[in-house]
Write a protein that binds this ligand. Structure first.
Ligand SMILES: *Cc1c(COP(=O)(O)O)cnc(C)c1O
Length: 360
């Protein structure tokens, strides 16, 4: 571990040390190939095996059923904000969006370019501190799809249930909580996630898509934004993000050693509970998100004043806990405790919070 810090960054964020070390050991000569994965043709046999193995590991860990494709794309989660409506809205011309945070709002505004978009729910009136209940969702049975963001990275809220939408396909942005818990993929039409929170370095976007949803894109859909193009060529219409796919494979090996997504669910829930318990029993700190909507991945909190917040962040940084300053939309602090954040890092931060609470 050496001089590494506990990095609480919201993304890009920590990667498992074992994955980084293996990548380091293989960086100039991947398994006797005489070259780095960064230097290989994406059409080579060696790379094809990395690709196939990573895809198979992902399918097994997330229990992705038959009839669904796993795509390894570029463009970030944000490109999916356009790709989803371009490919799906043609069904009825309408879609429902739940706006529970910044990224869902960006997706909502983007989708309006392509069809009639309804606000199925919003948490804006309380600065996105809660997740609406199922009974609060205004659902249109004629919608082409229902869109939501499972974990709101900036506000620190997380959906604790899967919305029931009848025959309307679910589309979900899982960028900041994918692989942290089991997911019943068969309930979804599309799940997508940028890699840089819980999976791999930035540059890879994973899309899980029910195959039958592809092939109905709007006529002006750009070639590279058409799911069908990528399904037909197994994500290799053009050069895929090779290095990130390789890194994802290493992270998935590590995840398997943690007991897969079932094991990770217990670990991550324990880490989050530790922080929330310490914050709830402190004198100085309050959590931003309402109980029942709190995220296990991004813990948002504040002290009694902005001055004290600044003091906390400065002293934490000096103690080896970095990137705890909150997003400007929320203020205060945010501890992003994704899969790769060791339990020990959270335990030490909890101790630090207790000490700070006593001394100030
Ligand atoms: C980080 C994030 C995004 C944006 O991801 P990019 O890959 O930078 O486009 C979108 N949605 C959520 C939930 C995120 O956490």
């Amino acid at each position: 571990m050496g001089d590494r810090v506990y990095n609480f960054s919201a993304g890009p964020s920590m990667l498992p040390l074992t994955a980084l070390e293996r990548a380091g050991a293989e960086i100039t000569n991947y398994q006797g190939s005489g070259m780095s994965v960064m230097e290989m043709s994406h059409r080579s046999k060696v790379f094809q095996k990395i690709f196939d193995d990573t895809q198979a590991k992902f399918r097994a860990l997330m229990k992705v059923p038959e009839g669904y494709k796993i795509l390894f794309l570029q463009g970030g989660a944000s490109s999916q904000f356009s790709m989803v409506p371009l490919n799906l809205i043609g069904a009825t011309g309408k879609a429902d969006y739940a706006v529970t945070g910044n990224f869902a709002n960006v997706a909502y505004k983007e989708a309006k370019k392509y069809g009639e978009i309804s606000l199925a729910a919003t948490s804006e009136e309380k600065n996105h501190t809660f997740i609406p209940a199922q009974s609060q969702l205004k659902l249109d049975p004629q919608a082409s799809y229902f869109y939501y963001c499972a974990n709101n990275t900036i506000y620190g809220t997380e959906w604790q249930y899967v919305p029931e939408t009848g025959d309307v396909p679910l589309v979900c942005d899982m960028s900041s909580d994918i692989l942290s818990r089991p997911v019943d993929v068969s309930k979804y039409g599309i799940i997508f996630a940028g890699a840089q929170k819980n999976m791999a370095p930035a540059g890879l976007t994973v899309v899980i898509i029910k195959e039958s949803l592809a092939g109905h894109e709007l006529p002006f859909t750009p070639l590279m934004m058409n799911y069908k193009t990528m399904i037909d060529k197994d994500s290799m219409y053009n050069t895929p993000p090779c290095w990130c796919i390789y890194m994802l494979g290493l992270v998935l090996d590590w995840l398997e050693e943690q007991g897969g997504v079932e094991g990770m669910e217990k670990i991550k829930h324990g880490k989050a509970k530790l922080l929330y318990d310490v914050l709830d029993s402190s004198r100085l700190f309050t959590c931003a998100a309402e109980e029942g909507s709190r995220s296990d991945m991004n813990v948002t909190f504040r002290s009694v004043s902005e001055e004290l917040d600044a003091k906390f962040v400065a002293e934490a940084t000096a103690a080896g806990f970095t990137n705890l300053k909150g997003h400007r939309n929320v203020g205060g602090m945010r501890a992003s405790i994704y899969n790769a954040m060791p339990v020990e890092g959270v335990e030490k931060l909890a101790e630090f919070i207790k000490k700070f609470d006593k001394e100030n």
